[in-house]
Design a protein around this ligand. Structure first.
Ligand SMILES: Cc1ncc(COP(=O)(O)O)c(C=O)c1O
Length: 373
């Protein structure tokens, strides 16, 4: 069958999807690189945790527990939640996509914020829905503009708090007020992929608001602070009724054996969590300052990445990214997010970030000198 004929077989909205491009993980096949493009943890999980799963005593010939019972119990104890209101998934992107599949039909509308996580429009379109983009305000999610975008057709509102790629947050008070104004027949997904990085008391990860808002779903991941991106593990918390629906349509064994065991084990590692938070807090302050000293703009962040703006009158962003690549450093170009003058850099290890800053300095000097000559 020709490409055109195949395209006629799918929902028209699927033909409009641009494939999700993840941060590069190698340069020309070389893996000896500094990857600061996907907001992963720079730390390896504690040996104790990886050793807890000994491949000789794990039976991969058998299916894993389809209901992830032990993992759900551990999550419920760690976060003080009801275990019957948790769903686990093959990464939080699995759960986001199950949510879209469960609630959306053709001609529904989904509201996403401008400069939000790029996977939300993909799953909305895959379900046949139309995506309405609410303008952001100074790179922050605008609750006001989301509310203005609501129509009779709105089915789901997706946003991340903190937001990726801008690193901004909505504080508890505003989030609460915002949720109160959203009609109950609209599902609100608060994606908390970066929640654990925030200690600020004025912030809510939304888990405590699920009791109050029956239309709220909070999604979480083990890919960021818990350093398990490669294992693929995420979860969500919502009312029993919503979880019941999502559980019906997820893959029967959507969380693999290793992810269930290691996921439950890493939650016990309070020292690892503390180390990761402290490391992040240190670089949240230090990295924007160093970047600004070099003549670029760095947006304040609540997450484990920094949004960097390149003044095009001074520097060519493409040259910076190319220069970093030649030093084996990968950052995330944000042109595909509509942020043409920006790139994003993840909080890597001390060594990685020191190399990044030195390389950036060298590259910017080179660009400036070439301009003068
Ligand atoms: C806001 C946000 N949500 C979800 C995800 C996906 O996470 P997971 O690895 O759990 O699928 C990411 C990954 O970068 C993200 O930035």
């Amino acid at each position: 069958m020709k490409k055109n004929d195949i395209q006629k077989l799918v929902k028209p909205s699927i033909n409009k999807i641009a494939k999700y491009i993840p941060g590069e993980s190698s340069i020309n096949g070389k893996t000896n690189i500094i990857k600061l493009s996907s907001n992963e943890s720079p730390f390896s999980i504690p040996k104790k945790v990886s050793k807890s799963v000994n491949s000789s005593n794990i039976q991969v010939n058998l299916y894993p527990d389809g209901d992830s019972v032990f993992l759900k119990k551990t999550i419920s104890e760690t976060f003080n939640l009801n275990k019957n209101q948790i769903i686990c998934g093959n990464g939080s992107d699995d759960i986001l996509s199950i949510i879209a599949q469960a609630f959306l039909r053709e001609n529904d509308e989904v509201i996403c914020s401008e400069y939000g996580f790029i996977y939300y429009p993909i799953i909305a379109k895959a379900s046949g829905a139309r995506v309405i983009t609410a303008k952001s305000k100074n790179l922050n999610i605008s609750c006001e503009n989301i509310l203005k975008s609501i129509s009779k057709k709105t089915k789901i509102i997706f946003f991340a708090n903190p937001n990726n790629p801008t690193g901004s947050i909505i504080f508890r008070k505003e989030l609460n007020q915002f949720l109160r104004q959203i009609p109950k027949n609209i599902i609100v997904v608060v994606d908390g992929a970066y929640s654990e990085f925030i200690l600020n008391k004025k912030y809510s990860d939304g888990l405590d608001l699920v009791k109050k808002f029956s239309n709220l779903i909070v999604t979480r991941t083990f890919s960021k602070i818990f350093a398990l991106a490669g294992l693929r593990l995420g979860w969500a918390y919502a009312s029993r009724e919503i979880i019941y629906l999502l559980e019906k349509i997820r893959g029967p064994f959507n969380v693999n054996l290793y992810a269930q065991k290691i996921g439950a084990s890493i939650l016990q590692e309070k020292g690892f969590l503390k180390k990761s938070i402290n490391h992040n807090i240190k670089w949240q302050k230090k990295l924007p300052k160093l970047i600004k000293e070099l003549g670029l703009y760095a947006q304040p962040t609540y997450a484990n990445f920094i949004l960097v703006k390149v003044d095009k009158k001074k520097f060519d962003k493409k040259k910076i990214i190319k220069g970093l690549l030649s030093e084996r450093i990968i950052v995330r170009d944000l042109s595909s997010y509509g942020l043409d003058d920006f790139f994003r850099v993840s909080v890597g290890s001390d060594t990685q970030l020191n190399i990044f800053v030195n390389s950036l300095k060298k590259i910017l000097n080179k660009i400036s000198n070439a301009k003068k000559n």
